[in-house]
Design a protein around this ligand. Structure first.
Ligand code: PMV
Length: 357
């Protein structure tokens, strides 16, 4: 731990990417402990940009929060943040004695199943951790710092724990991988095959409207789900297969596991009581078209879905030209589709702005 000058007011800034899970986290226990390990790739262009101005005030017992999203007040989310931050308690003690002015914006539509909670909650965790470190003058080494940030992000939103790192990331205890934990995410400590090092993810935005059932409600419905235990076992198996595939470069097996995970997630939602749909009719039509296109062109590409109607089209960099034909065919099928051309990314970018002692 290194010592620097104590800071009592200032400004922190973080750009934090979203991530897409290929083995899904769906179902949890108390304290955001996942029912199964998950594995994701961190994106590059789908990012939350968050700045927090802070003033430390010894006499405060609870953080005083003002929140603006994309330049406007957002009282609903401000209230949510207040609750989440107050529950942090002793984890970041100095935060409870701060005035926090939080400004956040996304480079992509929020609440449409492009894990905006992953990027925003990871950005929040980074910024709060840094404020606490400045005020208390406690600076930990990189590995420990990222682990703690991931742990804090997990408490805000499980999938956010993975957005703390770039590249391929797992969260949840995996028997064969040391340093994995249910408490925080870790970058995958294996040699990734070149085909998966620069994987592309084009997000086909079928519908931008806010989803009717939140992920929190979805996780709750796994509690009495008749297939819950089988699902958790299956996720572990899929994760082990994916770990092998990421090393060998076997795209056929990659497709099998990744598409199965996506359809299982939505299958679980449909079979919950009450059951619900997050896919739109266009989603199914496009998924079918992607499979037909793959069959015709014999190229390595597949789809995954998050908790929403939008489609993540995954493919290796060298087939990007062919993908343009696929996009053209998809826009002939559904003219309203927007495409976010994303891919695997390096992880968060931090900047500390002017600070006063
Ligand atoms: O992090 P939460 O509580 O929003 O849950 C996210 C769950 C999925 O996005 C559907 C899957 C995942 O692992 O990211």
């Amino acid at each position: 731990m290194t010592q620097k000058k104590k800071i009592l007011s200032g400004s922190v800034y973080c750009e934090c990417p979203s991530n897409i899970a290929l083995v899904k986290y769906w179902g949890k226990y108390e304290n955001q402990i996942p029912a199964n390990p998950s594995l994701s790739m961190t994106l590059s262009r789908s990012v939350t940009k968050m700045k927090i101005d802070f003033i430390y005030q010894e006499n405060l017992n609870e953080a005083n929060i003002i929140f603006k999203f994309e330049g406007s007040d957002n009282k609903k989310f401000e209230e949510k943040l207040r609750g989440m931050i107050s529950r942090l308690g002793d984890l970041l003690p100095a935060i409870q004695k701060c005035q926090l002015f939080i400004e956040s914006e996304n480079t992509f539509p929020h609440s449409a199943g492009i894990a905006s909670s992953a990027s925003s909650m990871a950005a929040l965790a980074f910024n709060l951790y840094n404020i606490n470190a400045e005020i208390t003058n406690k600076f930990e080494d990189d590995q420990l710092r990222l682990r703690r940030i991931s742990e804090i992000a997990r408490l805000f939103s499980g999938s956010a724990s993975r957005s703390v790192y770039g590249g391929w990331v797992s969260w949840g205890k995996i028997d064969d991988l040391t340093q994995t934990s249910d408490l925080f995410a870790s970058p995958l400590n294996i040699e990734i095959h070149p085909v998966f090092r620069s994987l592309k993810d084009f997000i086909l935005v079928v519908d931008k409207s806010e989803k009717l059932i939140s992920s929190s409600a979805g996780h709750q419905l796994m509690k009495n789900h008749p297939f819950a235990e089988a699902r958790y076992q299956m996720a572990k198996q899929n994760l082990n297969t994916l770990l092998r595939v990421l090393q060998t470069g076997d795209f056929e097996d990659f497709i099998t596991v990744v598409e199965n995970e996506a359809l299982t997630l939505h299958g679980l939602m449909m079979q919950s009581v009450p059951g619900y749909f997050l896919m739109k009719p266009e989603t199914l039509m496009i998924l079918q078209h992607i499979r037909n296109f793959r069959e015709r062109k014999k190229i390595p590409l597949c789809f995954t879905l998050d908790a929403g109607p939008n489609i993540h089209l995954l493919f290796s960099e060298n087939v990007e030209n062919e993908i343009e034909y696929l996009l053209k065919e998809i826009s002939d099928l559904c003219s309203r589709i927007e495409v976010i051309k994303d891919g695997i990314g390096q992880g968060p970018v931090l900047k500390n702005k002017q600070q006063n002692g």
